[in-house]
Design a protein around this ligand. Structure first.
Ligand code: COA
Length: 372
């Protein structure tokens, strides 16, 4: 797309200001087909990658990093486990960073402080440790040490103080794999821009975290759960109409690229259905899922009346909320848990960007005052 010469205020410039449809990089890491609703991560369909046996987050990390760096990665699961142990040893030195009231602010501050000078896998291993330790400290509890023989998903749950549960750990593993990468989304782009300046791993990841925090990107699943709570005891249509009339967006609906339902919503529905069969809280999961499907159906109808030319369907965050709730993750940690998975993609993109050796530096059209 050539942006030069567009009249100011032109609709296509407005779209372009969100860089919609603008290709700024080549990547081997993931492919998002918004028309067909398909997502490839590291050469595999997301459904296959996420719903196979547990332990696939480690495998997905390995494949993504290999593709990004263009060379084999040795002992990724062991390095990740060791990184958790090293990060935990630093928790006591992080001072007030982890106790900041907002989980994403705490993760940003702790990562900036605790991961200075760290390599890629050290940062990736540190994130779940800081998310869990921060949650415990904010609740007035002591942080729980990682157990390096466990896989990431299992160990994250254990550090949060959640009971040992193989089915829930498998569901969380599927979640982490599913969100591990997703094309050039806002946080990945932010991380790549910082990498293109020659910066090291930590500042790139802090940039990714900062972009992910916003409600239009990774901040939506907590509000999705609030919406499901609010509509549980009322007529969903009335509640949703009120939101739209007030000019608010329906969280968990719409996507910049997908024109059909987000394929990750299907993965999470299947992971939830599997959990429903195995979990001791299966009736609560089934009830939440049935209610969510109803809210999704009504929201989709209302949005299609308002935007007949722009299909606005459920996105990844809609069923993220249900899956993470079923696993036992508190809603204030949903975005930070998203970061634990997406950090894999950020690191792979950082490595890929570095190999280009090229600074990302777009241009703006000047419309400001001119000297007399
Ligand atoms: N609820 C209500 N209206 C919505 C909407 C939503 N969830 N998503 C988009 N719209 C509206 C926009 O306001 C816009 O209306 P307008 O043309 O009258 O201004 C129209 O639909 C087209 O929006 P679009 O260009 O598709 O949005 P985008 O590509 O800039 O934004 C999102 C994509 C994801 C930011 C947007 O859909 C959104 O805010 N969703 C809710 C937050 C969310 O779930 N985020 C997680 C994303 S994975």
């Amino acid at each position: 797309m050539n942006l030069a010469g567009l009249p100011l205020g032109d609709r296509s410039l407005a779209k372009a200001s969100g860089l919609e449809g603008v290709v700024v990089a080549e990547t081997r890491l993931s492919h998002v087909d918004g028309e067909r609703g398909e997502l490839l991560i590291a050469g595999s369909r997301v459904e296959a990658l996420a719903l196979e046996d547990p332990g696939h987050f480690e495998a997905a990390v390995e494949r993504l990093l290999e593709l990004g760096a263009g060379e084999p990665q040795a002992r990724v699961p062991e390095q990740l486990a060791q990184a958790r142990v090293t990060a935990f040893a630093r928790v006591a030195q992080l001072g007030r960073a982890l106790s900041l009231p907002d989980a994403m602010d705490a993760l940003l501050a702790a990562t900036a402080q605790g991961c200075a000078g760290s390599d890629a896998l050290a940062v990736l291993g540190a994130l779940p440790v800081y998310v869990a330790a921060g949650a415990r400290l904010r609740a007035g509890q002591s942080p729980i040490a990682p157990e390096p023989t466990r896989l990431s998903a299992q160990d994250f749950m254990s550090m949060l103080g959640l009971p040992e549960d193989a089915a829930r750990a498998r569901a969380l593993d599927a979640y982490l794999v599913t969100v591990s990468d997703h094309g050039l989304n806002a946080s990945t782009f932010a991380a790549r821009v910082v990498a293109s300046t020659g910066s090291d791993a930590m500042p790139c990841i802090v940039a990714g975290l900062a972009a992910l925090k916003g409600p239009l990107h990774g901040g939506a699943p907590g509000p999705v759960l609030d919406m499901l709570d609010a509509t549980a005891s009322t007529e969903p249509r009335l509640w949703l109409e009120r939101e739209l009339l007030a000019g608010r967006r329906i969280m968990g609906m719409g996507h910049r690229i997908y024109r059909v339902r987000d394929p990750r919503a299907f993965v999470f529905e299947r992971a939830l259905a599997r959990l429903e069969r195995e979990d001791r809280q299966s009736s609560a999961i089934a009830a939440r899922l049935a209610h969510a499907r109803e809210v999704e159906r009504v929201a989709e109808g209302l949005l299609s009346e308002r935007h007949p030319d722009r299909p606005l369907r459920a996105n990844v965050e809609f069923y993220t909320a249900l899956l993470l709730e079923a696993v036992g993750i508190p809603r204030e940690l949903f975005t930070a848990t998203f970061a634990v998975g997406r950090c894999a993609g950020w690191l792979a993109h950082i490595a890929e960007q570095r190999r280009t050796g090229r600074l990302i530096r777009p241009a703006a059209r000047y419309v400001g005052p001119m000297p007399d």
